[in-house]
Design a binder for this molecule. Structure first.
Ligand code: NAP
Length: 264
């Protein structure tokens, strides 16, 4: 199915790895010119060359920037003043004990996971409204609606994204601009893969066996009993970016493998 996205331009934040990279690839598959972002210029260049060679009809570009840094963010706006699609994917996460989370850490998570996405949205939204078309997606997490208690400093930021997304969506009434949130459950990014490998490094098991053991022991509530593939999130995000998804407005969209036990 042609998603109707050919020749659109998309900035996917944090797209050299994991979910962001998968979203960039799925968008490029649909003929979108993706702006690849991460903090390391060579790494960004490597990923965009991969995408260029796989999808030669598209023109991926280098959008290296530490997005938490306001000056670097502004330099990025100068380089790419207008885009059709913004995927606020970049985010940090770590298991932390509540007693050990100091104010600096709370602030760091708020600044990185919320204020950075807000800064990008604040800049690009007026352009999208002026162009009468746009797609904005925030990548939250199932932690936004079902905090596990294992990373309170992270869960807080992901809940905030749901509220921010809905507030911004209110500014798009009557337009072809949509703003939504996707909530992935546990997803097999490179980081997660390494964590699982190292947890069972002494055991003579295939990765699939390690994954199964991890799921049974640590995530029994997952209904798929495997990690979500980043490409699955990528395909969902691509659909949400497409003209076929224009009735999604301020929606929190779950793809969590059944982790959240409630209907809503
Ligand atoms: N993986 C999961 O199970 C899971 C589940 C639910 C939600 N999520 C959410 O999905 C998003 C992506 O997660 P992931 O696991 O795919 O992440 P990841 O593998 O850790 O990748 C993070 C990406 O962000 C870039 N990055 C980090 N800090 C940056 C900064 N300050 N400025 C620009 N780029 C930066 C990284 O590149 P450099 O380090 O080179 O800059 C990399 O490209 C996050 O928001 C996360 O909370 C993940």
């Amino acid at each position: 199915m042609d998603m109707g996205l050919k020749n659109k331009t998309a900035l996917v934040t944090g797209s050299t790895k994991g979910i962001g990279k998968a979203i960039a690839i799925e968008l490029a598959k649909e003929g979108v010119h993706v702006l690849i972002n991460g903090r390391n210029y060579e790494e960004v260049e490597r990923i965009l060359n991969e995408i260029k060679s796989d999808f030669p009809a598209t023109s991926p570009q280098n959008a290296t920037a530490d997005l938490v840094d306001i000056e670097q963010r502004e330099a990025l706006f100068e380089k790419f003043p207008s885009i059709d699609i913004l995927v606020n994917n970049m985010g940090i996460y770590e298991i932390m004990q509540y007693e050990n989370i100091d104010d600096n850490t709370w602030e760091k998570y708020f600044r990185t996971n919320v204020l950075t996405a807000n800064g990008l949205s604040k800049y690009y939204l007026p352009h999208m409204l002026k162009n009468k078309y746009g797609r904005m997606i925030f990548i939250a997490s199932e932690e936004a609606v079902m905090p596990s208690g294992l990373m309170p400093q992270y869960g807080m930021t992901k809940s905030m994204l749901l509220s921010l997304s809905k507030s911004l969506s209110k500014l798009t009434i009557g337009t072809e601009v949509t703003i939504n949130t996707i909530m992935p459950g546990p997803t097999l990014s490179e980081n997660v893969y390494q964590i699982i490998e190292s947890m069972y490094s002494d055991e003579d098991m295939t990765f699939a066996e390690k994954e199964k053991r991890f799921m049974t022991t640590n995530l029994p509530q997952s209904e798929i009993q495997r990690f979500i593939k980043p490409s699955e999130i990528g395909r969902l995000a691509t659909f949400v970016c497409s003209p076929y998804a224009s009735a999604f407005k301020g929606s929190p969209i779950r793809m969590d493998g059944g982790m959240v036990p409630t209907i809503f």
